[in-house]
Design a protein around this ligand. Structure first.
Ligand SMILES: [Zn+2]
Length: 165
């Protein structure tokens, strides 16, 4: 493998229309992580606190979680194993996160195998930093009720995380 053939990670966000949030009348701010263009978990929630923590140290992180904030709810308690090299970040994650579907959790678990992705640290950090910065600007300009995920995550935390990168 060429040393420059890194996988590509992107953090994106979208402001979804009213009716998509559990809070009546609120819009939903939905974050997604795409690896090589594929949303790793379209049906679940990205835990930004865990994602940002994973940029700073190696370990196991529940980057994909349930809307309630408990990764165990959706069978993701294993999390993503993250290892930092000199200029790389390697993710080992259960394949079921990538292909999460409406299958029952047990069926997902039995299909589980580990997939490895190697990212350029600078690319990952820049993408996350830019997405959080843009989301922060959008929230500051927007007067409407906007619900963040997972449940209980608030604007102030997003500001804090954005400033911490
Ligand atoms: Zn839950």
């Amino acid at each position: 493998m060429e040393s420059n053939s890194f996988d590509h990670l992107e953090l994106k966000f979208a402001l979804l229309p009213k009716g998509t949030a559990s809070v009546p009348g609120a819009h939903l701010l939905k974050f997604s992580v795409l690896i090589n263009g594929i949303n790793i978990s379209p049906e679940n929630v990205i835990d930004l606190s865990e994602l940002i923590a994973s940029l700073k140290s190696s370990g196991s992180f529940n980057i994909v979680t349930c809307v309630c904030g408990e990764a165990g709810c959706i069978g993701e308690s294993q999390g993503v194993s993250v290892n930092h090299g000199l200029s790389t970040i390697v993710w080992n994650m259960p394949d079921k996160i990538v292909y999460n579907s409406s299958l029952p959790t047990n069926a997902n678990l039995s299909l589980s195998k580990i997939k490895q992705f190697e990212f350029d640290s600078a690319q990952v950090i820049l993408s996350v930093k830019n997405a959080l910065f843009d989301a922060k600007i959008m929230l500051d300009k927007n007067e409407q009720a906007i619900q963040l995920e997972p449940f209980g995550f608030v604007r102030k935390q997003l500001h804090y995380l954005s400033d911490s990168i």
